[in-house]
Every structure is written in C-alpha cells, then in structure tokens.
Design a protein around this ligand. Structure first.
Ligand SMILES: Cc1ncc(COP(=O)(O)O)c(C=O)c1O
Length: 392
C-alpha cells in the first residue's frame, strides 16, 4: 500500500552542494577509505559535539560492539539498560555474556533516569547504557553522579540525539563512551549507513584505531626498507593487559566527506524539526487523549515525534489514520524483553510498568525532515479529524 504520507525510511533530501561534495570525493579520494576525509570528519565531528576524540565507524551498532569489547565484561556481570530502545543498544553487550538488567523509563520523557537506574544496581553491576531515545537527552548530570558514586562505566547511545544538549554540553560528551548513528532514518545520514564513536575516557583512545581496522598497527622497531618484513604489522589489541579482538568497522571516504558537509546543516535541520514538533503539539493541546513530550529547547532534536494515546484506542487511531487519511503511523521500540531473542536467552524478566504502558499505547508519526509544509499541515489536520471521530 502506498500512503499520502508514508513513515519514510529516508529522513533528508540532499542539497546540490552536498551532492557535489560526494561527486568530488568519488572522483578524487585516494584511497577510498582511511584517508584525508576520515581525518577531517573525525576532527569536525569532535569539534561540533565538543568531545576530545571521535572515531568514524560503519554504523552505530559497530561502535556499540566496540563499547561492549572495551567494557571487558565477565560472564555474570550486570549492565543496566533500557528496554524501550532499538535492539542494538543492548545485544552487543549480551553477546559478551553479561546479564541485562532492564531499567524503566520515565513516562513523560520516555528515557531512563538516575532513579530508575538506581533501582537496578547490585554488587554485580559494571556498566550503564543510557539511550537518548527519540532525540531527547536523558538527565546525564544526575546519571553520571550516580555512576561515579558506584564506579560504573557509562555508555551513551546518542544514535538519535545528535546536536541535543543540556546546559551547553552535548549528548555524547558526558559518558566514558558514546555512539552516534548516521543511518538513513537519522537527522543527518551519510548515504544510509554511518556512525561515530566518541571517547571521553582517555584510556580507550589508543586502542580504537587498531580495533576498528583489523588489528593493523606499526612494527615496534624502525624498518630500513618499508616493505621488510612486511608492509605493516598486525597484532592483538591489548587493554589492561588483556587481548581485545580486532574488527573491520571502517567508514569510507565518500561518506566521511559528506558527513563533514552535513555537519554545517545539522543545526538548521534540528531547529526545523523542533519547530514543527512544538507547533504540532501546541495545535493539538486541547486533545488530552494524545499526550506528547513537549521540550522547546535544544535538549530535544525531535528525531522522532512520538505520542501516547491515553484513552485506550491506539489501534483504532492508527487504523483510521492509515485507511481514512492515508497517513502511515507506526509503533516503535517493542520492549526488548518481549522479543523471542531475550525469551530464548531467559533474560526476559523485567519490572518496567512505564515501558509497558508507553509502548502499548504509543504512536510514532511520520516526521521525516523531507515532509513539505503542506504535508506537515495535512498530518496535523488528519490527527485532529481522527481524534474528533474517536470522541463520538
Ligand atoms: C537508539 C539506537 N541505537 C542504535 C542504533 C543503531 O544504529 P545503526 O543503524 O547506525 O547501527 C539505532 C538505529 O536505529 C538507534 O535508534
């Protein structure tokens, strides 16, 4: 079925300038990976978010895989995680044998808080994963204070929150490690795939290039001829005297060139999304049966626009939007513990009433940046019409 307003898998259209940047990189980059565009992108990204060190990756999931490796977890270790998130916020850690402990979300903001995390701590807790879901930056100052008190590693999943900040400090700069996604859906995308690992804890910086690129490293001695004994060395990356296995998670030069260019447009894109979100929320404020999280500040980039239907008619609402208005709303972030994946692993025990209540009544509206003003207004009026009908 085609919709007048689909929930599009593509967030943005590229400008002619951005297309030209891609074409130039295609024509001139040599090599096509691991070259000057990578260095420039990493530097500009780090400057933009205000991080000491950033590494481009092929996607945020790869960056999360590296975070899970850097945690050097042992079986039986516990990691506190939200269940209301995308699958790859959590499974790279579970792969390492840790037990996820499911922290509930705050019903209004839909993200974890220091209080919901604290309830999950035990002597076995080693790390906390915080996800800035929908683009709203969780209360990192309080969460970092809690983590410090208990000496825990913190990882920010800032996949959706690029450009969001609290008191001038950007998401992805609070925790030891943070990941960003440049996937097709995100506010900026490097041709569909891409990611960044931001590192605030110095002890992790040196190992990452080797972990990202097949264990490649320099020889420990000066060579007389550059090809003897080989063009380059491969060794087992080491952290705290323990081996950490290498990967190949590089991002190509064309994507990096585009990433640098898109950083120039990120603030206007985020501002436009926030402006639209706030105007839609305000236009619908007399409809108490549809509850939004209103945050008119740079703490929210409104990557997604999600609401909660409070009168129990969520499915009627989505059905009418689809069949009568041709607007494709969706439901997102099935609590992870409900997936077969976690049931089969017997990791499905949770006490997260807000996560369940929110998911069972949530609706995510098509909110891609490329919607025209006309389409956006149509969306707003369609929501009103359907809510009015459901009141009858
Ligand atoms: C919260 C969250 N974490 C992680 C990811 C994974 O990002 P990527 O697709 O770049 O691997 C996503 C992407 O959808 C996400 O939304």
């Amino acid at each position: 079925m085609t919709y007048k307003i689909p929930f599009s898998g593509r967030a943005i259209d590229y400008t002619e300038d951005e297309i030209q940047t891609v074409v130039t990189a295609m024509k001139t980059a040599d090599p096509l990976t691991q070259g000057k565009y990578l260095k420039e992108f990493e530097q500009k990204f780090a400057e933009y978010i205000g991080s000491p060190k950033c590494f481009a990756m092929c996607n945020a999931t790869a960056a999360l895989e590296i975070c899970a490796q850097l945690g050097q977890f042992k079986p039986g270790d516990e990691v506190v995680v939200p269940a209301h998130t995308f699958t790859s916020s959590v499974y790279p850690f579970v792969k390492k044998g840790v037990t996820p402990v499911w922290a509930d979300i705050d019903l209004k903001t839909r993200v974890v808080t220091a209080e919901t995390i604290e309830r999950c701590l035990s002597p076995k807790t080693k790390a906390i994963i915080v996800v800035h879901l929908y683009g709203y930056v969780a209360d990192m100052p309080s969460i970092m204070a809690l983590a410090k008190k208990h000496n825990l590693l913190v990882i920010e999943d800032a996949a959706q929150s690029i450009g969001g900040s609290i008191n001038g400090k950007q998401s992805g700069t609070f925790a030891d490690l943070a990941v960003f996604s440049l996937h097709s859906h995100k506010n900026i995308t490097t041709l569909g795939e891409g990611g960044v690992l931001a590192v605030n804890n110095e002890k992790f910086v040196n190992i990452i290039p080797q972990l990202r690129h097949n264990g490649h490293c320099a020889f420990s001695f000066e060579r007389q001829d550059y090809w003897i004994p080989a063009m380059g060395n491969v060794d087992m990356p080491q952290l705290n005297g323990e081996p950490v296995w290498p990967n190949n998670y590089c991002l190509g030069e064309v994507e990096c060139a585009l990433g640098t260019k898109l950083l120039q447009r990120l603030d206007p894109i985020n501002a436009q999304k926030r402006r639209r979100a706030i105007s839609l929320i305000d236009a619908l404020k007399s409809y108490s049966e549809l509850e939004f999280h209103r945050e008119d500040s740079v703490r929210h980039n409104y990557h997604l626009l999600a609401g909660r239907i409070t009168h129990g008619k969520r499915d009627d609402f989505i059905r009418k939007m689809a069949t009568e208005k041709s607007v494709q709303c969706v439901v997102q972030y099935y609590p992870l513990y409900r997936y077969d994946f976690y049931k089969k692993l017997k990791l499905d025990k949770a006490n997260c009433p807000n996560t369940d209540l929110f998911f069972d009544n949530m609706v995510s509206f098509p909110f891609q940046h490329r919607l025209t003003d006309q389409e956006f207004l149509y969306l707003q009026e369609a929501i009103k019409d359907v809510l009015n009908e459901l009141r009858k």
